[in-house]
Design a protein around this ligand. Structure first.
Ligand SMILES: Cc1ncc(COP(=O)(O)O)c(C=O)c1O
Length: 345
């Protein structure tokens, strides 16, 4: 069987999770009657110190509902150049909400508050687009799973308050940030007006994200979720998987982080221009192929031919993501395959 390191979304629900799904109490969630969804929304909101939560089918939907609550049509959201909201949600902010975006670049996606605040232009009058919110991604996917420094998040909040700007956290992998740093979810939560978290990335649930904010914003977002056709019915069977994921799969992320680091060390030993292992602090290993002749697509193909699936996300950028279905045996095999694939032919 192929070793699949394209993403941490490729995991399959474990036996224990499937059993939790089969036991779930359910009701019609559009009527607010699903007890498992309700308890999951309340649980995750409490974890991050927020008033309310909204279960969504995807992280993209949770992000899009959240930013819609913060930014009016014709106003601007600013975000890091390679953030998921800007690069990988297919223009949803513009298409669905009339939101324009502007970006600042950051090495490895790492937040520097002054860079973000430096491009913010609130209250820009009748000719220029006004900035109303800033999005932060933690961990940063295309930055290589990097964890945002808490001091920069705090500085961003301070600056945003001074400028009257709202902050959104794309916390699809906030679980990984917590495991890497020990910073509590409530601590992360307190800096942001809206948050999205995903249960279907490293935590192994098949589906599910939660948007978090005030009761008022969440109840407005509930209407928009339905308007988008994304109200779901007896969806407690999926929320049960979310509960199971929170109960069982957060602490074990440390294993994914260890394996990602080991992969990075092994790859750097083959060619140190590809990755600096010091930059790998969670479960994502981003390879910069700029200094070698192989393209990311060629490397991915060589690996695939040998039974290892990785992502080519740019002409010279490849990504490997460790996850709960990647074990020690596969780990040793993956290192061997990478060694052979990276040798010039
Ligand atoms: C940082 C980040 N945010 C949001 C998403 C969107 O999640 P989904 O694929 O569930 O829409 C992803 C997906 O990989 C992600 O990496």
């Amino acid at each position: 069987m192929a070793i699949d390191l394209r993403s941490d979304t490729v995991t399959k629900p474990s036996q224990g999770m499937r059993e939790a799904i089969s036991r779930a109490s359910v009701g019609d969630d559009v009527y607010g009657d699903d007890p498992t969804v309700n308890s999951l929304e309340e649980r995750v909101a409490a974890l991050f110190g927020k008033e309310a939560g909204l279960f969504t089918s995807t992280g993209s939907l949770a992000n899009q509902l959240a930013i819609r609550m913060l930014v009016a049509p014709g106003e601007e959201l600013i975000a890091e150049t390679n953030s998921h909201i800007v690069r990988a949600e297919l223009g949803a902010a513009a298409v669905f909400s009339g939101i324009t975006t502007r970006t600042w670049p950051a090495e490895h996606g790492l937040l520097k508050a002054e860079d973000a605040l430096g491009i913010a232009r609130p209250d820009s009058g009748p000719y220029l687009v006004s900035t109303t919110a800033i999005a932060v991604e933690n961990t940063h996917n295309f930055g290589g799973g990097t964890v945002q420094p808490l001091s920069e998040i705090a500085a961003l909040r301070k600056g945003a308050d001074a400028m009257g700007l709202a902050l959104h956290l794309d916390g699809a992998r906030i679980w990984n940030a917590h495991i890497a740093t020990g910073v509590s979810f409530a601590e992360y939560g307190k800096y942001f007006d809206t948050i999205s978290v995903c249960l279907s990335k490293g935590l192994g649930a098949p589906v599910g994200s939660i948007m978090l904010s005030t009761k008022e914003r969440v109840s407005k977002a509930r209407v928009w979720r339905k308007r988008y056709g994304a109200g779901m019915r007896q969806v407690g069977i999926l929320a049960a998987a979310g509960h199971y994921a929170l109960d069982n799969n957060i602490e074990r992320l440390a294993e994914d982080h260890r394996r990602a680091k080991e992969l990075a060390v092994a790859i750097a030993a083959i060619d140190s221009t590809l990755i600096d292992p010091a930059t790998v602090t969670t479960n994502i290993v981003g390879l910069d192929l700029a200094k070698i002749t192989l393209s990311a697509a060629e490397l991915a193909q060589r690996c695939r031919d040998a039974g290892l699936w990785i992502s080519a996300l740019g002409p010279k950028y490849a990504r490997l993501v460790t996850h709960m279905d990647f074990d020690n045996t596969q780990h040793s095999e993956a290192v061997e395959i990478l060694k052979r694939a990276l040798v010039p032919k």
